[in-house]
Design a protein around this ligand. Structure first.
Ligand code: PLP
Length: 391
């Protein structure tokens, strides 16, 4: 799809926030209206009726004015009580942060930490749940796409592992960098709460989070005792039923969300997912040709939306990102936690196309050259060839 020139002042190659298309910027650039009036009521209903399809679900989607982190909090406080045992599958920075939040709420946090070079391990989960004979674990929490490592977890396998044990734990899944960018199936995977955010695949500014809630999650919410008020699903759902919110909603972002949903539906979600998978493959081929490493070591878990690139030893990734930004006008994602200083991240999600991906790779290759990072020049040509742009 064409991208207007004003989008191109800077290469925003971080894995979110992503470029906001002019169409969405224009949709948000509108006057306020009465959020208790009939026009907003119609808009809310349209958005809330259309959203489940984006999550491949028929369960209700709850919108909060917050970043994705607020979505994590809402999922925990609505389903759990102080002291409840919760199992976190930690495979990167974001799953770790989420588990820390749970500990701050006084939950009994158990962690199964897998190698950060791949997604979470379903077989280990199955063994763990089988050993939980008295069914203490109330929820299993996992991040679908670890934006920090560029490795995804196979949520279908996680579901199968839980089912194989007959364990009744809820399944809470962070799909913050998945929704609108990669194949995600709330319903088919029988997820109880899916959490997402606005600034990645949905191509919006940061500021909206999402909870998609199953019947089982709503049932759990009836007895969940963690304190909540602003984040309470119950009052939200009661107001949403009439097309309203319990508080003043982020009207501009909801205008934008309505346009984002139209765009995603025009393109077709499957086509969007295929676009990012293809770009991810082009990026990986380029990196391999450069002779740099890919942090994710398991090809099945390669993320379609972000690739973490390992620097040759002795070369600092943050100094490299600084040079890339200052000389080549490109923002690359920083390495977080175990990846700090060792890797940078190249995002290929959201409103992007072949030209942008190739130009982004070219900027990285030029920066490698200027920073005198050992590499084999010509990776961008490999990406060009893969994207079928030459004979
Ligand atoms: N989870 C994942 C997988 C993320 O990538 C992010 C942000 O990058 C978050 C959670 C946190 O979201 P936010 O920064 O919007 O609070």
């Amino acid at each position: 799809q064409p991208i207007e020139s004003s989008d191109l002042e800077h290469f925003l190659q971080v894995p979110g926030p992503t470029f906001v298309p002019e169409r969405i910027l224009a949709a948000m650039h509108r006057q306020m209206l009465d959020h208790r009036g009939p026009e907003f009521q119609t808009l809310t209903r349209e958005v809330l009726d259309g959203l489940p399809e984006i999550f491949r679900s028929t369960d209700p989607v709850i919108l909060f004015p917050s970043s994705g982190t607020g979505g994590w909090e809402a999922a925990l406080v609505n389903t759990l009580s102080p002291g409840d045992a919760v199992l976190f599958l930690v495979a990167g920075h974001f799953s770790m942060l989420w588990s820390r939040m749970a500990a701050e709420f006084g939950l009994d946090v158990r962690v199964l930490e897998s190698n950060w070079h791949r997604g979470a391990d379903a077989a280990e989960l199955e063994v763990y749940l089988r050993s939980d004979a008295d069914r203490k674990i109330k929820a299993v929490c996992v991040v679908h796409n670890e934006t920090s490592t560029g490795a995804m977890t196979q949520i279908g396998d996680i579901r199968a592992a839980i089912d194989a044990t007959g364990h009744p734990a809820l399944l809470l899944v962070d799909a913050v960098s998945s929704i609108g960018a990669m194949d995600y199936r709330h319903q088919e995977w029988n997820v109880d709460v899916t959490i997402s955010g606005s600034q990645k695949g949905l191509m919006l500014p940061p500021g909206l989070s999402f909870n998609v809630v199953s019947e089982k999650a709503l049932e759990a919410a009836k007895s969940a005792k963690l304190p909540k008020s602003y984040w309470a699903w119950r009052s939200m759902l009661a107001h949403n039923a009439d097309g309203y919110f319990p508080f003043t909603p982020p009207i501009s972002l909801i205008y934008g969300l309505a346009e984002s949903m139209i765009m995603l539906n025009e393109w077709g979600l499957e086509n969007v997912f295929a676009r990012h998978k293809r770009h991810a493959e082009a990026v990986r081929r380029c990196i391999a040709y450069w002779d740099l490493g890919i942090w994710c070591k398991v090809p099945r878990d390669y993320s379609p939306v972000v690739t973490a690139v390992v620097m040759p030893s002795g070369h600092d990734a943050d100094a490299f990102r600084k040079l890339a930004r200052e000389r080549f006008n490109i923002s690359l994602g920083m390495g977080q936690q175990k990846l700090a200083g060792k890797a940078f991240r190249f995002g290929h999600l959201g409103y992007t196309n072949d030209n942008l991906i190739l130009a982004g790779l070219e900027a990285v290759e030029s920066a490698l050259e200027h920073a005198r990072i050992p590499h084999r020049p010509g990776g961008v040509d490999v990406a060009y060839l893969f994207l079928n742009r030459r004979r």
